[in-house]
Design a protein. Structure first.
Length: 119
């Protein structure tokens, strides 16, 4: 059974940084493009960033481009999201996704990790 487990969320002041991790099991991680999505209070879940199976191709939502960096370590079955210059509008539950394609979600989800940015 596929499991995606996020970690690294928390409370940070505006302008600060956090690094999220997503550890995968139950699938051949290196075969899957991966992505991050988020859901802010009262809003729909939205695409944040994605990375190809080998890590050579990345793409970002315009709202986070230049501030967030997605990466992966296939030897550790883990994906990361480095978030810098955080803004209060980045406050959301962040979800790891496996099988992401063209900013569209794949079939597997983590349980989410809360990121709260105070002003």
């Amino acid at each position: 059974q596929v499991q995606l487990v996020e970690s690294g969320g928390g409370l940070v002041q505006a302008g600060g940084s956090l690094r999220l991790s997503c550890e995968a099991s139950g699938l051949t991680f290196s075969n899957y493009a991966m992505g991050w999505f988020r859901r802010a209070p009262g809003k729909e879940r939205e695409f944040v960033a994605a990375i190809s199976w080998g890590g050579g191709i990345t793409y970002y939502a315009s709202s986070v481009k230049g501030r967030f960096t997605i990466s992966r370590d296939n030897a550790k079955n883990t994906m990361y999201l480095q978030m810098n210059t955080l803004k209060p509008e980045d406050t959301a539950v962040y979800y790891c996704n496996a099988g992401t394609a063209n900013a569209r979600a794949g079939p597997y989800w983590g349980q989410g990790t809360q990121v709260t940015v105070s002003s």
